[in-house]
Design a protein around this ligand. Sequence first.
Ligand code: ACO
Length: 185
Amino acid sequence: MLQRSGSKMPEMGGESQKGKEKEVPVSFDNLRDKNLMQLKKLNTAIFPVRYNDKYYCDALSAGEFTKLAYYSDICVGSIACRLEKKEGGGIRVYIMTLGVLAPYRGLGIGSKLLNHCLDLCLHDPNISEIYLHVQTNNEEAISFYKKFGFEIVETIKNYYINISPPDCFVVRKILNAFPKPKGSS
Ligand code: ACO
């Protein structure tokens, strides 16, 4: 299941935000209409929440900020983001989902997906923050994000419907983009 649809694998890379990444044979692919079903299958396997059409529309619109991760041609993980305009100007990135299939966890794939997005953020001076919601009992994910410098900034009661606990944390990282080189506009 979740086999690649024959598209070219883009290069991975960028500066890691959290030490040296593990060397695993993982490649990323962009999300498109053609492979949207891969993300739907992943989400069904990983998350207790069902995602609506707007989620998939936002994920597609986020361009490079949404990626599928392949391990030996099997789609095993993804990061799906939404880019939000801030009231006072600028952009913030909302991580809608970040997930890796259970047998492939602990191999560094989640770190590679998150580092990919953090690298994109750091190279865009318009992006000042990245945040997400996480269920309050999801200790593995909370400690995962803390390793990357994210902090819990808020608790929202009854954020989720039909899952227990229904509460979530808002977890955020403020970003300081790399300074532009002298002479660039
Ligand atoms: N056993 C032990 N530790 C683990 C394991 C595991 N199976 N998986 C992850 N970790 C911890 C380790 O501390 C590891 O750090 P280390 O490499 O320095 O030891 C750290 O997580 C990073 O590990 P990665 O291998 O890079 O992460 P992974 O590929 O496992 O992905 C993720 C982490 C995405 C949180 C994964 O556990 C997952 O998919 N969980 C279920 C979905 C989920 O809860 N997603 C986040 C919800 S919030 C949101 O989506 C916005």
